[in-house]
Write a protein that binds this ligand. Structure first.
Ligand SMILES: Cc1ncc(COP(=O)(O)O)c(C=O)c1O
Length: 398
């Protein structure tokens, strides 16, 4: 039966608005923050160090540097690897702007290559074809939480002598053959932004392959100083700091780490619930050819950060944006991850990109819709999301 859409004055599938995202933070995080307050130490200190140790253990990484964002990790990766003016760095247009913005910050050239049409991950073949004598690095994005083909990408990187920085913003739990994303390249940058699988509101970390990179990032994250405040003000002898490089203000605070220590404890439970929700969506969309979830390759563990799907606009009498507005009217929060970055004004104007340059990315860019995926969703919530999609698809079916 075709029901009247809420956007046309019909009754929405639910009475209250279902947010696209809600963070799962509670008493444990609050008590740990209170502990930081009581100690009188709020910024980078013992809790940050503990989180770095524990997150490195979780990832099986040699070291982790706590930062205030994933963007900071991507940027410091480029700085520490000496990437600068005239260098080329390869990434894909299906990503958040910061993946490429950091390349621009370094006055290097952003080189986009197209994604695979079914996973929206960087296509290793296209990556290799884009390598020139000026290429210094690649930033594969583990989009949605699906690992890129790191085996092939690392082979290509070795063969051509380029660095790899992994954008792990979506990929906290993602693994290939049991090995965590972030541990393949020299640097893996993680995000703990409000919507991420674990969060402290704003935050990030870089997982690094060597002690040398750990030391470089630790200095670069705090103005390029040789001693951070915790070391300067502790009980040991007075220590002057020296500025050895013009660094950045990218350090993680203990009150961020306070939240993350407890989020890390809850990660496995969160992941279990995310998998249950994904299974509910997968089951429902199998019966709906108008919406196509992305492909998943064998041998990987997916972090299920977001649930993007492609609308089959050839089967529907609406645009993606009309679909989004209809979903919002049904009281379901939705999002788009992402609109192809090469067609955003900065990249279009600077590099002269035109529609048609990256057909797979552009095809997805006009069809992507992400639906709510977070641990506190109830089965009933998920059913209302599916009911809204069902209702809208029935209305617009050609
Ligand atoms: C793919 C990707 N990379 C990088 C980032 C930047 O993360 P942050 O906000 O922690 O800097 C995001 C943020 O959502 C992202 O989705």
């Amino acid at each position: 039966m075709v029901l009247k859409l809420a956007i046309d004055g019909g009754k929405p599938v639910r009475d209250d608005f279902l947010f696209f995202h809600r963070s799962s933070v509670g008493r444990d995080e609050l008590n740990e923050i209170a502990d930081s307050f009581a100690s009188g130490w709020l910024t980078t200190g013992p809790k940050t160090a503990e989180f770095e140790r524990r997150f490195a253990d979780y990832l099986g990484a040699s070291a982790v540097v706590g930062l205030n964002s994933c963007t900071a990790g991507l940027h410091l990766g480029l700085v520490a690897l000496g990437i600068g003016e005239g260098d080329e760095v390869i990434t894909t247009p299906i990503t958040f702007p910061s993946t490429a913005n950091v390349i621009e910050h370094q006055r290097a050239r952003t080189v986009f290559v197209d994604v695979e049409p079914d996973t929206l991950l960087i296509d290793p073949k296209r990556l290799e074809e884009a390598i020139t004598p000026r290429t210094r690095a690649a930033i594969p994005v583990h989009y949605a939480g699906h690992p890129c083909d790191m085996g092939r990408i690392m082979e290509i990187a070795k063969e051509h002598g380029i660095h790899v920085i992994e954008d792990c913003a979506h990929a906290i739990e993602a693994k290939i053959g049991g090995r965590h994303c972030g541990t393949f390249g020299e640097v893996g940058a993680f995000s703990f932004y409000a919507t991420k699988n674990i969060t402290c509101g704003e935050g990030g970390a870089a997982c690094v392959k060597s002690e040398d990179l750990r030391d470089k990032l630790t200095v670069l994250r705090l103005h390029g100083l040789t001693k951070d405040a915790w070391k300067r003000y502790d009980k040991g002898g007075f220590a002057h700091y020296e500025c050895v490089v013009p660094g950045f203000k990218y350090n993680m605070m203990d009150i961020q780490a306070a939240m993350l220590l407890h989020q890390l404890d809850k990660l496995e439970g969160f992941a279990r619930r995310r998998r249950e929700i994904v299974a509910m969506y997968d089951d429902a969309f199998r019966e709906m050819p108008e919406v196509q979830p992305l492909a998943r390759r064998p041998g990987i563990e997916h972090a299920h950060h977001i649930y993007p799907m492609l609308l089959d606009l050839e089967r529907l009498n609406c645009s993606r944006d009309e679909f989004l507005n209809a979903m919002q009217a049904e009281n379901i929060g939705v999002a788009v991850h992402f609109r192809a970055l090469h067609l955003h004004p900065h990249y279009r104007e600077k590099y002269g990109f035109r529609p048609g340059d990256f057909p797979n990315a552009e095809h997805a860019s006009n069809r992507l819709v992400s639906v709510p995926l977070y641990p506190s969703l109830t089965d009933e919530d998920v059913k209302t999301v599916i009911a809204a999609i069902d209702k809208i698809v029935a209305h617009f079916r050609r």
